[in-house]
Design a protein around this ligand. Structure first.
Ligand SMILES: [Zn+2]
Ligand SMILES: [Zn+2]
Length: 324
């Protein structure tokens, strides 16, 4: 079996194991497998989008490789495979930490990251929800050095496999209780807080993906004891109720209850529309400062909030209007 074959089997097996562990040891109780966005997260983001973007990114890198002499230097091709993998894991993760942190603090970059924060249910699959442009940028930057520094041909496949498995793990709804390991390796305990939609600003912490030590080093770690405190809700709906997710209206719900096939057809159609809407939503007009202020006041009033948070402190402003 070739490397693509067995790495695919590893990824599928890992997904099945995570699903089983979510069932046995749930971090957040009561989450459903077939929740909002299951269809588009799985078929559109994970399979279709990844496949098409993979062709574009690797096609582009192959073009550079064959039309320049960069590859001929093969700077790291003679290193042992494990060292090549470790080198790219480490350097890419450092890049991702800072780029991710920047996305949370820049109104343009936040636009291509909000899709990733939109799931109200965080599980093994939800991490795949990322805007096309976020994947294009991050994976081109990830795989360009692997291809252009002349890494061994097995390295991109192994790196892709590790990305997929680790990505599923940190989002998985598993009560992992990693203890001190969570100071070094990232896991669901810290990353699920990054997706929290609670009153505080916990999502502005824990930017690391594979390694947790970046957050501890750069002062952005948030790791309360899971026995005492866990996120109450996930997503961005509290601050951005207008974000396009799939919701069935009453008529669709009653139709769905009557017939399973109609239910599936409705979900397939509405999820496809949601996927397209989420792509387009990133390019909406920016609110002026005054409009953002009014939106914030209206939202706070409609929530009946009693806290005395100043306007500048409110998440919407932090997310939407922080200057580049
Ligand atoms: Zn984020
Ligand atoms: Zn995430």
């Amino acid at each position: 079996m070739d490397v693509v074959g067995w790495t695919t089997i590893v990824v599928i097996s890992a997904a099945l194991i995570f699903m089983l562990l979510e069932k046995l040891f749930p971090y957040t109780k009561g989450q459903k497998i077939f929740r909002e966005g299951f269809f588009y997260d799985f078929f559109l983001y994970t399979i279709a989008q990844s496949y098409i973007l993979g062709l574009i990114i690797f096609g582009f890198l192959e073009y550079i490789k064959t039309n320049t002499n960069l590859y001929e230097y093969s700077l790291i091709g003679h290193w042992p495979i494990w060292l090549q993998i470790l080198f790219f894991l480490f350097t890419h993760d450092l890049y991702i930490y800072w780029f991710h942190r920047w996305q949370h603090n820049n109104k343009f970059l936040w636009r291509i990251h909000e899709a990733h924060h939109s799931p109200k249910t965080v599980d093994w699959l939800s991490g795949s929800r990322s805007h096309t442009f976020e994947i294009l940028i991050n994976q081109t930057i990830e795989f360009a050095p692997i291809i252009l520094l002349g890494a061994a041909p097995i390295v991109p496949a192994l790196k892709g496999m590790i990305d997929a498995v680790w990505g599923m793990f940190i989002h998985s709804n598993i009560d992992a209780r990693m203890g001190r390991l969570q100071y070094f390796i990232n896991g669901p305990e810290m990353h699920r807080w990054h997706h929290s939609d609670d009153d505080g600003k916990e999502y502005q912490n824990n930017y690391g993906t594979k390694f947790a030590f970046w957050d501890w080093m750069f002062g952005t770690a948030y790791f309360p004891d899971p026995k005492i405190k866990k996120p109450k809700q996930y997503g961005i709906a509290r601050d951005m109720p207008e974000y396009p997710l799939t919701e069935l209206n009453e008529k669709e719900k009653s139709l769905a209850q009557k017939n399973k096939f109609i239910h599936i057809a409705v979900i397939v159609f509405k999820d496809t529309v949601s996927y397209i809407k989420q792509f387009i939503f990133a390019f909406r007009r920016f609110e002026t400062k005054e409009e953002a202020r009014t939106t914030t006041i209206n939202r706070e009033n409609s929530k009946g909030s009693t806290d005395n948070t100043s306007f500048e402190d409110i998440n919407v402003l932090a997310r939407e209007n922080k200057e580049a």
